[in-house]
Unconditional design. Sequence first.
Length: 181
Amino acid sequence: MPDDNLNNAADKELVKAIRNSNQAAYEVFFRRHFESIHYLIWQLIHNDEAANDLCQNTFIKIWEIRKSLDPEKSAKAFLQVIARNQALSWLRMPRNRHLSLEEHDFPVEGAEEENEELTQKLHTAIKDIEEPLRVIINMRLRGFKDKEIADLLSVSIATVDKRKTKAFNIIRQRLQPFLDT
């Protein structure tokens, strides 16, 4: 495929060219999908610098596995799976957990001192729950609906609901002594 036709090529044609190590096709593919993949990652981690890095890693992974790409399958869906996995791996890293929690202020009406203490206890309660539950709570706090969470994590809506309920019960239990006073 001549390079001047690449900009108008369908993803299927670009993937065929990328499989043959066509760097021009890869650059068109990268430019075409970078913004949407970056946004997907950013929605999960809320850290722009890390989202840039993870997005680039996603496209590097595509280049590394180019020979095994299937042009008959959706390239965008495959990119999204790689990007989601990159973001979830990033969130699992202990040094990054606090970064995603700091994005939330959890405003509560009332006394400032009590709010700060409650906010700190809430942050700690969320941070201390097991990772599958924490990921769902963080996504809910960012405004994701259960269906969106299920799709992004490749689990059923029932699993999301079960984990969310379990997480909220744990958080409620940990905050109960503070709320009773």
